[in-house]
Structures are given as C-alpha cells and as structure tokens.
Write a protein that binds this ligand. Structure first.
Ligand SMILES: C[S@@+](CC[C@H](N)C(=O)[O-])C[C@H]1O[C@@H](n2cnc3c(N)ncnc32)[C@H](O)[C@@H]1O
Length: 287
C-alpha cells in the first residue's frame, strides 16, 4: 500500500509539514535478484527485515482486522486462478480491508474509482458504502468492464456501475448529482497528474456537479513505484528486477516521472491535507 491519502479541505489550512518522507523501502535483495517476484505482491512487504516475518505479520494483521464479506474474498481467489496474467492488478485483501475501514470511518456513501479492472475493489467499495450508497467506476478496457458488471450481477450488487472509456475523457464528463466522498485513483500512472488536476478544478466551492465534496478523500495507489519515485539510484535493488522487455530501465519511465509530478502537486496544494503511506512497494501491479 504505497498510497497517498489526501483530504480536500476548503476551510482548514494544512496543520503539519508536507515534506515527503525520505524513509527508504527495505526490500530483501534475495527476493528480487534473478527471480521474477510473483503474486501475491504482498510477499515482499516493506518495513520488515525478511520476507517470512513480513508475510506472517501481514497475515496476522489480516486475521485481526474486520473480515471482508466472503464473496469478495472468493472473487479475489477466482480471479487469481482464472486471470493469472493480470490478476496482480487487483488490490490486495489487506489493502482492501484498510480502505473499507477508512470508507466506513468517514461514512462514505459515494465513491468513484478510476481504473476498475474486473471489479474486485468495486465490490469492496459497494460493501463499504452500503445499499443506500453508490459506487461508480471508470474503466478503459471493455472486456474488464464487462467482467466487473458480471461480478456485480453474480453477487447481487445493485449499487455499482462502470463507465467504459478512457478516464482521461470520462472523468471530465462526469456530472454527479452529489459530489463523491472518496475518489480512488488506480489507473495508468501517467494519468495521475491529469486526474488530480481535473478533480481539483472540478471541485470548487459552489460549483454545480462538483466532483469531490469538501472534506472528501482522494486516494492515489502505487505512488512510490518500488521506491523509484524517491530513489532511482543503484542503491535501489529493484533496478535489478526484470520488468519485461517493454519496460527497459523502468526507473526512468514516464510512470515514475508522472508519479513524481503527481506527488509534488499533491504536496504543493494548499487545498489538501496529505498522508503518504510508505508501506509496501507494489512491484507486480504494473499496468
Ligand atoms: C490496477 S488496475 C485497477 C484495479 C482495481 N482498482 C482493483 O483493485 O480491483 C488498473 C486498471 O486501470 C485501467 N486503465 C488504465 N488506463 C486507463 C484509462 N486511461 N482509463 C480508464 N481505465 C484505465 C486498466 O485497464 C486496468 O484495468
């Protein structure tokens, strides 16, 4: 969960320093060199000195947190089995627990997800907002969107919908009758700066069809990208990882540059309260 949480605040000035954390992610070399690290991505948690302890702590945290409904856990397992090539796009169950907890804590009733994949986390948002809430997702790929819609009907979920199309266009076209309480950004990394800019421009006081309410949350997933956003030097052992032939020198990629720009814009916005979560590097959730 290297995610950034920002609270859109029109009234309250930032209370604490917005300086980014410089803490390095601690990743054991042995899990990277020579071998493709495969799903579950949480097999490589940061902040624990070795993988075994990290896995046990993660598992302990999961079993000592509120459980997600069985249909969500089962759908996650099914997608892992049936879609091995892309299943790592999904948010992990422990991150889902954290975000459901957060959504319930703030009493969210309206959530927008940018980047839906096959709808796993839409099911979790739907659970979090309850039957009187509403969840909208934006997904580029019609095949993934259809799978998401099928998962809603298979599980009797009636409060979720997916808009098919490029979120770079569909986000700007949204005209919600009530502003969203949470906007979760989890699509292509190069789009993050645009998504943030659009959300902020379209969420001005008094504006009709405002996107995010005052006090609403913007959550950006994967904002550290193996720590490359902060440290792309040879100190970062992820540089030795094979990201695939289409991603040579990934630490120099547009994804990493865009995430830097996104984090800088978030940190520089006077309208946002911010917490950047340094936990985990989500190595295999590339899209
Ligand atoms: C990491 S996955 C989302 C996973 C999902 N949030 C979950 O946890 O279950 C990213 C998704 O964003 C979609 N995506 C990428 N670029 C997009 C764009 N420009 N507009 C809409 N969707 C996009 C991809 O097709 C992919 O399904």
């Amino acid at each position: 969960m290297d995610a950034i949480f920002t609270l859109l605040s029109n009234a309250v000035p930032p209370m604490w320093s917005k300086k980014s954390s410089t803490a390095a992610e601690s990743i054991p070399d042995a899990t990277i060199h020579g071998a493709r690290v495969s799903y579950p991505k949480e097999s490589v948690p940061a902040l624990y000195s070795n993988e075994k302890v990290g896995e046990r702590v993660t598992s302990y945290a999961e079993t000592h947190s509120s459980t997600l409904p069985r249909h969500i856990v089962n759908y996650h397992a099914t997608i892992q089995k049936t879609q091995p090539r892309t299943a790592n796009y999904m948010i992990h169950m422990s991150e889902a627990q954290a975000l459901v907890f957060l959504a319930k804590t703030v009493g969210a009733k309206r959530v927008l997800e940018v980047g839906v994949y096959v709808g796993l986390f839409m099911l979790a948002w739907s659970h979090a907002v309850g039957p009187h809430g509403k969840v909208t997702g934006l997904e580029f790929d019609p095949h993934f969107a259809a799978m998401a819609e099928k998962s809603f009907s298979d599980h009797g979920v009636e409060n979720a919908e997916v808009m098919v199309g490029d979120a770079l266009q569909t986000l700007a076209m949204l005209a919600p009758s009530e502003p969203y309480d949470i906007i979760f950004i989890d699509a292509q990394k190069s789009g993050y700066p645009f998504y943030l800019d659009t959300i902020l421009k379209r969420s001005q006081p008094g504006m009709p069809h405002r996107l995010l309410r005052s006090g609403g949350l913007i959550i950006g997933d994967n904002v550290l990208r193996c720590g490359f956003v902060i440290d792309d030097s040879t100190d970062n052992p992820w540089r030795n990882f094979d990201f695939g032939a289409h991603r040579p020198q990934y630490w120099k990629s547009q994804d990493v540059k865009s995430l830097r720009a996104f984090n800088t814009s978030v940190a520089g916005s006077e309208r946002l309260e911010i917490w950047l979560c340094p936990l985990r590097t989500v190595l295999t959730s590339l899209d």
